[in-house]
Design a protein around this ligand. Structure first.
Ligand SMILES: NC(=O)C1=CN([C@@H]2O[C@H](COP(=O)(O)OP(=O)(O)OC[C@H]3O[C@@H](n4cnc5c(N)ncnc54)[C@H](O)[C@@H]3O)[C@@H](O)[C@H]2O)C=CC1
Ligand SMILES: N[C@@H](CCC(=O)N[C@@H](CSC=O)C(=O)NCC(=O)O)C(=O)O
Length: 366
């Protein structure tokens, strides 16, 4: 079949809207009509050519929601008409990782997904006879995409797809990092670097967990109002202080209980570790940066912990439907974080606005 898609033919070039050929779903695969997709900073990171595993031409997008239109052989849990959210962290429920209680990672697609192909090592997308790669197993910047069944969360049909697409990445990653990965306790002090699509959800999660003080750190003061609405108690602009970590330690009487890096900047990751309280402070890396980061053995010898999270520690097929329920029950807010909804033809505007720091999330509709 044909599908309209925004294709990244080369790094650092605008996406081009073209008609791609899309092959039918094979064994264990599902054809999904994407109804809406958020634009996340990880898409921009890959388009900028900074993703070491980046491959072109590619259909980016990993924060989508849609409707099952066809299933391949051996698909038993989904049928045409089901509403789904594609998962860049799949859940096969059979591998060593899925069966281990300490992780949400799944080994089933790790190797092929990182190379932009389906489990049988080929792509379903092609343009003028040449393959176009998948991205993070989702490729939600295409009106139709093919995704393995184990990478689809089935969700309730009354949830608005142009809102709950955000649960496919930003909302789950931020809230999950607090609840599932770090298990923040009531009364804890928290600091969040980067008040964008992920960081505001960390703040939302911290408030849900009953955190006491929630400090936001961002170079863009325009982000402070919305962050305050979501639960931020203090704002720090790194451009206004010489030593961010020292300043935060002073503000909190020795350091934070929990810190979260939601920028994708190795210097900020180091600051977030430096700002942790000795003895118990824990720092969580969420941002994606291809550079190496530095720490000092004394950070750990003095009882601090450094962790990281993929998809907020959420097990996609199990937890995503529950997070959709949280949204439908009014326990989490998504609508305020979706600044604008744009047609696919305007997708490059969404990337421009993200780079300009204008708004939080743009959602693309088809
Ligand atoms: N671990 C995971 O599973 C996931 C990781 N990510 C990563 O999380 C990071 C954030 O993504 P989004 O929230 O979508 O990005 P965003 O562009 O919406 O937000 C980034 C924020 O960081 C701020 N910022 C930039 N440089 C700064 C600096 N030097 N100091 C303080 N603030 C600074 C910006 O003003 C902006 O508010 C990205 O690196 C993305 O790749 C995103 C999704 C999932
Ligand atoms: N090699 C990855 C690069 C981007 C990346 O690391 N993304 C993370 C989470 S960030 C989400 O917005 C991820 O989960 N990637 C899935 C993976 O299979 O690596 C890539 O190009 O996929």
């Amino acid at each position: 079949m044909k599908t309209k898609a925004a294709v990244a033919f080369e790094p650092n070039k605008p996406l081009e809207i073209v008609e791609l050929d899309l092959a039918a779903p094979r064994k264990g695969e599902v054809l999904v009509e994407i109804v809406a997709s958020g634009v996340c900073h990880t898409d921009a990171y890959t388009l900028d050519g900074r993703n070491p595993g980046g491959y072109f031409p590619v259909v980016l997008g990993h924060e989508g929601a849609g409707i099952v239109r066809e299933v391949g052989g051996n698909v038993h849990g989904l049928k045409p008409g089901d509403h789904v959210i594609p998962l860049y962290t799949p859940e096969c429920r059979e591998c060593d990782l899925c069966l281990h209680p300490k992780t949400n990672l799944c080994s089933a697609l790790l190797e092929t997904q990182a190379r932009g192909v389906m489990p049988d090592q080929t792509s379903r997308f092609s343009y003028e006879g040449r393959p176009v790669y998948h991205y993070m197993g989702c490729s939600t910047f295409s009106n139709f995409t093919v995704v393995p069944e184990i990478a689809l969360a089935k969700i309730r049909k009354d949830a608005p797809l142009d809102k709950v697409c955000y649960i496919g990445c930003g909302a789950t990653t931020g809230i999950g990092a607090v609840i599932f990965t770090m298990k923040v306790e009531a009364g804890a002090s928290v600091a969040v670097w980067g008040l964008g699509g992920i960081g505001l959800n960390v703040i939302q999660g911290a408030k849900m967990a009953g955190a006491g003080r929630i400090i936001g750190v961002d170079i863009n003061p325009a982000k402070a109002d919305l962050a305050t609405q979501f639960g931020m108690t203090d704002f720090v602009n790194p451009r206004d202080v010489d030593d961010v970590a020292g300043h935060l330690r002073e503000m909190t009487g020795g350091g934070l209980d929990y810190t979260f890096e939601c920028i994708g900047n190795v210097d900020a990751m180091r600051q977030a570790m430096d700002a942790c309280h000795i003895g118990w402070g824990e720092s969580c890396v969420i941002g994606v940066d291809g550079n190496e980061f530095t720490g000092h053995p004394y950070h750990l010898l003095y009882g601090r912990t450094w962790k990281g999270t993929m998809f907020g520690g959420a097990r996609g097929r199990t937890d995503v439907p529950k997070i959709v329920d949280w949204y439908m029950d009014g326990k989490i807010d998504i609508d305020e974080l979706i600044t604008r909804t744009l047609p696919l033809e305007k997708i490059n505007t969404a990337f421009d606005l993200m780079h300009q720091g204008d708004g939080i999330r743009s959602v693309i509709t088809y």
